[in-house]
Design a protein around this ligand. Structure first.
Ligand SMILES: O=c1[nH]c(=O)c2[nH]c(=O)[nH]c2[nH]1
Length: 316
């Protein structure tokens, strides 16, 4: 039970607390003969439960060391393999909550860096009879994949996502008809560049039923595909409208997902005035400004569901 603070006269109470080892960089290689497969994760463990004593009195009797949580990540990579970030996080969260009585909740955050095989096939290498190499990889730079798994012994919450996915439409974007007050100088745009760096999260409606576990890898690829297709195919009257289409398309096509949240910086591209040089700029030369940027954020929900993804994605 909760020990009293040593000086209980003091009007001080411990609030929310959690602990664990952050940013365990684990690389798991599966060697299938000469063909190797790589999973490269950054795994952060946060545990909470009956941890009053360690804060109030310094008793470590309920504390599973953060060092042990680190070791568990690496041991599980060996013992269970890493089928997907989500599956790996589920194994870890279940382990901490079910094996340690004082631990009531585990939150596992994972970033995944994707690697792709360097193409050394005969066709690509240009060498007749070249022996194909199956153990060389180049890091895929498009995006970082994210997963957050939370388990309290009863309820699972699985949120997947991505960040740093930079996309651009070089036309089919307009912005006009907005409110104008005495500070408004923005010219209306009927053909502009629309570019953003997608940070997105999506929440699964999975309730822990093993029979209904989504195929995490396939789901991720499909969600990414739908968000990119919606970005490409929407004739945009604002980034807000594009964002909504991206989320709606995911909800409409992926029954395993109930909620999507996006944070989309509007990466402004301003036409450069070339008149001083006697040149006409016919929508060809832009200044890519890095700041300030418009920041457009919204949640898109399946009808009848509750929003549970935190509003501020930097906290996730
Ligand atoms: O797509 C946009 N949405 C805005 O709300 C906005 N505001 C602005 O200055 N430019 C843009 N573009």
């Amino acid at each position: 039970m909760t020990a009293q603070p040593p000086h209980s006269a003091r009007p001080v109470m411990l609030g929310q607390n959690q602990y664990g080892k952050a940013e365990n960089r684990v690389v798991r290689i599966v060697r299938d003969g000469d063909t190797h497969h790589i999973k490269d994760l950054n795994v952060s463990v946060a545990l909470s439960g009956d941890m009053d004593d360690v804060h109030y009195s310094g008793s470590n009797a309920s504390v599973l060391p953060t060092d042990t949580t680190k070791n568990t990540v690496f041991a599980f990579a060996k013992e269970h393999g890493i089928e997907s970030a989500e599956q790996f996080g589920i194994h870890l969260a279940r382990h901490f909550v079910t094996s340690q009585e004082p631990i009531h909740r585990a939150r596992i955050r994972i970033e995944e860096y994707a690697w792709e095989r360097i193409d050394t096939s005969e066709a690509n290498s240009g060498f007749i009879g070249a022996e194909e190499v199956r153990h060389s990889f180049v890091r895929r730079g498009q995006e970082t994949r994210l997963a957050e798994i939370t388990y309290d012994g009863e309820t699972w919450q699985i949120i997947s996502g991505l960040k740093d996915l930079v996309v651009m439409n070089s036309t089919h974007s307009e912005f006009w008809g907005y409110v104008k007050d005495k500070y408004t100088t923005l010219p209306e745009a009927y053909d502009r560049i629309l570019a953003t760096e997608v940070s997105g999260r999506w929440r699964f409606n999975w309730n822990g039923d093993d029979q209904k576990t989504p195929h995490w890898e396939k789901s991720y690829e499909q969600v990414k595909k739908h968000m990119l297709q919606a970005f490409a195919e929407t004739y945009s009257l604002s980034l807000q409208q594009t964002l909504y289409q991206m989320g709606a398309r995911i909800i409409n096509h992926r029954t395993e997902i109930d909620e999507v949240r996006f944070s989309l910086p509007n990466k402004h591209h301003f036409l450069v005035d070339l008149e001083p040089f006697g040149l006409k700029n016919d929508n060809e030369v832009y200044f890519a400004a890095d700041r300030p940027y418009g920041l457009i954020e919204a949640t898109i929900l399946r009808d009848g569901t509750e929003p549970l993804i935190p509003v501020d994605l930097t906290n996730l």
